[in-house]
Write a protein that binds this ligand. Structure first.
Ligand SMILES: [Zn+2]
Length: 110
């Protein structure tokens, strides 16, 4: 599978999406990692497409939540269910992005 690094904007912050080898230190043994300090999302580059999408959108959900400034509050409130919530939020974000790419055209008059 081909993976390409990308930049996205969340809350007017530029986030880097970087695909890295699974043994990369930045992943710390995980499939993905969201680094709030550098606004970088890392995803391992050797997953099946469906697994890559799930890992990517999981990390995007972390980033989106962090950019609301309620990330810590929600994490503390959800406790052990926090990561499950992030996975579900990422799945729903993916559903909307993939199903309705036309959304951008509904408000972007460029
Ligand atoms: Zn997570």
């Amino acid at each position: 599978m081909t993976t390409n690094n990308l930049k996205i904007n969340i809350n007017n912050i530029e986030w880097d999406i970087k695909y890295v080898p699974e043994n990369s230190d930045v992943l710390d043994g995980c499939r993905g990692m969201c680094c709030y300090r550098t606004s970088t999302i890392y995803v391992t580059n050797n997953l099946k497409p469906s697994e890559t999408a799930r890992a990517l959108f999981h990390e995007i959900a972390h980033a989106v939540l962090a950019e609301t400034d309620y990330g810590i509050e929600i994490k503390e409130a959800l406790g052990n269910n926090y990561e499950k919530f992030i996975t579900l939020l990422g799945d729903r974000i993916k559903d909307v992005c993939i199903e309705y790419p036309i959304l951008e055209k509904s408000y972007d008059n460029k």
